[in-house]
Write a protein that binds this ligand. Sequence first.
Ligand code: ATP
Length: 239
Amino acid sequence: AEQKPILEMKNVVSAYGRIKALKGISLKVYKGEIVTIIGANGAGKSTTLMTMCNVVQAVEGDVFYKGERINNVSSEQLPSMGLCQVPEGRRIFPRLSVLENLDMGAFFRKDKAGIKEDMERVFELFPKLKERRKQSGGTLSGGEQQMLAMGRALMSRPKVLLLDEPSMGLAPLLVQQIFNIIKMINEQGVTVVLVEQNANLALQCAQRGYVLETGSVVMEDDSANLLSNPDIRKAYLGE
Ligand code: ATP
């Protein structure tokens, strides 16, 4: 029997006012995968991610998570169901300490022991956050804020993590580090959907990729095939 996707979009249309940003997107994400969504500026990558977790409401089509239609579940409720996003621009709480920011990610949980365990795991992945745990979020560097945003999401013990442009604005060395950490998170059992400008790195990190053009999926394939596809190389990998 074919495995059922953990997350699925079927013919999803999303709009900002009268402008259709997504024109009928269908995609599937299976448990344990890293799936990336690549495409040019304005293709609809972020909108796809935001529609997956109802930050943007689909005007047509269906979003399924674990087989359940979630179009009507509020975005605030989804983390407690295991579906958690890290938005673009890493919206952490600048006046709260690193520890308080991390605690916010677990606000709906009552399993104190589990929360403590996850905090340790976050500090193992991001030792810098441990060093700076008493410091307010706003005083962290861009890279550290990205780590904090990811750490906070991990504190919800997600089954599926939606990452929007995790490498944006980071120095090259940090970018590589963030991608390594995404792989480690995935190896710990978290399914990842990754939206990236940096298609090269994203495809090296992910098993499969979807290519978006002006609100539509124009190609989907294993990352290796996309990486070796001459059209993709020319259009998105800077050749
Ligand atoms: P980028 O990499 O530049 O963020 P993207 O592929 O993530 O691009 P989206 O941000 O999803 O693309 O945008 C898709 C389309 O929707 C674009 O035409 C964009 O101008 C439009 N759009 C996005 N956000 C809004 C908004 N808040 N209001 C109006 N239009 C928007």
